[in-house]
Design a protein around this ligand. Structure first.
Ligand SMILES: [Zn+2]
Length: 133
């Protein structure tokens, strides 16, 4: 999978579907994510909040951890969906996590409630990411 073969709209639809499984009783802000691996498999995730707020996990990391825990460690693209009329972006922690399982050319499909989206490269969203060197 690369930028030429990834169906961004289909991936975003998976993200919107995943959003319905969000557990967000505290913020009320439901987020869904769907990623596609280099091998073409799709994994989804939703944000999962907790009464101990620090234990909350974002939709993007839920999707990444699902993929990695199934042995898929090479992410080609990830789409993010919410109910906001504004474009949604991954938070800083999720950007850092994404750098672990893909290169800077990973596509980040940032959606709006109405289905419009903008595609960024990971290196645009987290330039000079932390890495152990
Ligand atoms: Zn996040």
């Amino acid at each position: 999978m690369d930028s030429n073969t990834i169906d961004y709209e289909a991936l975003l639809k998976h993200a919107f579907r995943a959003k319905e499984y969000a557990y967000a009783p505290y913020s009320g802000f439901k987020v869904g994510a769907a990623l596609i691996t280099a091998g073409g498999r799709v994994y989804t995730g939703a944000n999962i909040e907790n009464a101990s707020y620090g234990a909350t996990c974002c939709a993007e990391r839920t999707a990444v951890f699902s993929a990695v825990s199934c042995g898929d460690r090479k992410i080609a693209a990830i789409a993010i969906a919410s109910d906001s009329e504004n474009t949604i972006f991954p938070c800083g922690i999720c950007r850092q996590v994404l750098t672990e399982f893909g290169d800077g050319e990973m596509d980040i499909v940032c959606g709006k409630r109405n289905g419009e989206y903008t595609v960024y490269k990971l290196h645009e969203l987290i330039p000079q990411a932390f890495e152990l060197t």
